[in-house]
Ligand binder design. Structure first.
Ligand code: ADP
Ligand code: MG
Length: 613
């Protein structure tokens, strides 16, 4: 007798469960997807002890008759596809027919379902993959699935579960993400008998985001004007320049209603933000993509997280165009909209996520945990008497009282006029770095270094586009001996360097002769400048365009030559700087995505001084 056997069904399901069911959150994901596919108008998720003890998902969808109820827990049983053609054009969230049998094989499983109009429903009990009971039941129309004691029969898997809090925060994230993808469905989440959130159905996605992420964040999101291009429609909401996070948890993308991840989308968002995003940070996005289901392969990953676009370039270009159009619309808005919101490596706080007291996609504590570490970009550290901005006491309070007190721009409004230098009165300079201005809405602080960087950057970019940055010939050409790799890099990019005002040519071996430098570089240290340019070249990826590469080099190098902290400027110079800044395309952040202007509005001052509660 041969050694090869077919696995018994229950065992095969457990093996499949290894791919589909990783933790309570993955069970919830599959069950909620099923409810959505069943056309539910309301979905309620209940969990006990992080979902390890119990998960119950209740919907008011189409339900199943007894035959289907028996069938749905069989492996590879699905109502969603029938043929190869169907697989190529999937319009439902599920299609693999694997979730229910997999889940039932690793838990104590109860299914109760009833079609609307049926006299009674069906209840099925399965214990670790073995069906123990099938009976009539009197549940309301719809489907209810209970999953108890996950992995009770696979101790090795159970051991890998994390703490209840951690498991719950994953589970909660799954429900939030699905809730955002489907605002038209009422969604409730209850943990340990406590309501975490309860979101009424709405036609307005922003309303749904508000219910989850709070009015403050939702109010500041910019709406992407829907854009259709090459069969891809892009819509949604994105954070304004200056709103960013240290991880990707708030960078959500949906394709035809399915939450998706794709490296290409991350790349496209980054490109779309370009200099409006700080290096190493991720934007806050709620991106909705619609395509013909035939244009995408969702059958790439057992948990259906990843997708593969047939024409990835078209999707990428559409996303870049939509994001940059949205941001450039925003750029001409008055300074009142400036609310800087950068999360710096704040540890995720599961307790905040679990408490549920603040229905908030991004726990408030993290939202305001921001504030930059000045020393990491200012070449000369800020004087000790300038406290870091989170200890100034001027940063927003951890719990903004009400959003009416906050300047909260809603949609980009083309009618608003851009702020002009005349709208501000110069008050003075704080700590040789922060220029204090009186604006219409309150106090405005300008970081003179960051502002100058932005002004220089845009000027250089304009010149690069129109024939190049003026350069100045060196009296004595500079010869620089490079490593073979750097030499190769530099030689391949001589044209880009020339646009930057840096003229160089090979000079035998790995030596480069530099005979002209950009005029803005008051040539005090050409070698360091060249070093910075090389660093940028090294870091650049091959697919980066020449223009973009040039821009990045400009961004890095202007930083070193912009007005520094501690460089005293005359009032007239400060005024010119402000004037130049305000005519920039993107005045509110430096080329590295850091803020140039911060506003502390009257409303906030009033709160601080107790004039208003
Ligand atoms: P898939 O979703 O890939 O088809 P599942 O194992 O998740 O596979 O579900 C099997 C089938 O059970 C589905 O195709 C659907 O017909 C039925 N089903 C599952 N959940 C529900 C539900 N909540 N309401 C109605 N039918 C459901
Ligand atoms: Mg399914």
């Amino acid at each position: 007798m041969g050694k090869i056997r077919l696995l018994p069904d229950a065992l095969a399901s457990q093996v499949a469960a290894g791919e589909v069911v990783e933790r309570p959150a993955s069970v919830v994901k599959e069950l909620v997807e099923n409810s959505l596919d069943a056309g539910a108008g309301s979905i309620e998720v209940r969990a006990q002890r992080g979902g390890i003890a119990l998960i119950r998902v209740l919907d008011d969808g189409c339900g199943m008759n007894r035959d289907d109820a028996l069938m749905c827990v069989e492996r590879h049983a699905t109502s969603k596809i029938r043929s190869k053609e169907d697989l190529a054009a999937i319009a439902t969230l599920g299609f693999r027919g694997e979730a229910l049998p997999s889940i039932a094989s690793v838990s104590k499983f109860r299914l109760a379902t009833r079609e609307p109009g049926a006299l009674h429903g069906t209840e099925i009990l399965i214990n670790g993959g073995k069906m123990t009971s099938v009976a009539d039941c009197g549940e309301p129309p719809g489907t209810q699935i209970e999953v108890r004691s996950l992995f009770f029969n696979i101790p090795a898997r159970r051991k890998f579960l994390r703490s209840e809090n951690t498991e719950f925060s994953h589970l909660e994230q799954v429900v939030r993400v699905q809730a955002i993808a489907h605002p038209g469905v009422r969604v409730a989440l209850v943990h340990n008998e406590r309501v975490v959130f309860q979101l009424p159905a709405t036609a307005d996605p922003r309303e749904r985001i508000r219910g989850l992420a709070g009015a403050d964040l939702a109010g500041r999101l910019l709406q992407i004007p829907p854009l259709t291009r090459d069969g891809v429609t892009v819509s949604g909401f994105i954070g304004p320049p200056g709103m960013s996070r240290s991880d990707r948890r708030h960078q959500l993308s949906f394709l035809n209603g399915r939450p998706v991840e794709a490296a290409m989308l991350t790349y496209a968002l980054r490109e779309g933000y370009h200099t409006a995003l700080m290096k190493g940070q991720y934007p806050v996005t709620f991106l909705f993509l619609e395509t013909d289901p035939r244009a995408v392969d969702v059958n790439v990953h057992p948990a259906k997280r990843e997708v593969r676009f047939h024409d990835g370039n078209a999707v990428r270009d559409a996303v870049i165009a939509a994001v940059s159009a949205t941001l450039s619309g925003e750029m001409r808005r008055p300074v009142t909209g400036v609310g800087w919101d950068v999360e710096k490596k704040a540890a995720p706080s599961p307790s905040a996520a679990v408490s549920g007291e603040q229905p908030d996609l991004i726990p408030q504590a993290e939202q305001h945990a921001l504030r930059r570490d000045w020393s990491d970009f200012s070449p000369s550290p800020a004087p000790a008497n300038i406290p870091a901005s989170d200890s100034t006491g001027l940063s927003p309070p951890p719990n903004p009282v009400e959003s009416d007190a906050q300047p909260s721009p809603v949609e980009p409004d083309p009618g608003t006029v851009a702020p002009k230098a005349e709208d501000f009165r110069l008050l003075g300079v704080l700590g040789k770095l922060y220029v204090l201005l009186e604006g219409r809405e309150g106090l405005v602080l300008m970081d003179q270094h960051a502002a100058h960087e932005r002004v220089l950057f845009e000027e250089m970019r304009r010149r690069m586009e129109t024939g190049g940055v003026p350069s100045q010939a060196l009296l004595v050409p500079l010869t620089i001996e490079l490593s073979p790799r750097d030499f190769d890099l530099a030689s391949r990019n001589l044209e880009t360097l020339a646009k930057l005002g840096l003229s160089a040519e090979p000079f035998g071996g790995n030596t480069l002769k530099v005979d002209a430098l950009p005029t803005f570089l008051k040539s005090d240290d050409p070698e360091t400048f060249f070093g910075a340019v090389l660093d940028e070249l090294r870091g650049a990826s091959d697919r980066m365009s020449k223009m973009r590469l040039g821009e990045d080099m400009v961004a890095t190098t202007v930083c070193r030559h912009a007005v520094k902290a501690n460089d005293p400027l005359h009032p007239a110079e400060l005024e010119k700087l402000l004037r130049d800044l305000l005519v920039c395309e993107m005045p509110y952040c430096c080329p590295h995505g850091r803020p140039t202007l911060i506003q502390i509005g009257y409303a906030e001052l009033e709160r601080k001084f107790g004039r208003r509660v």
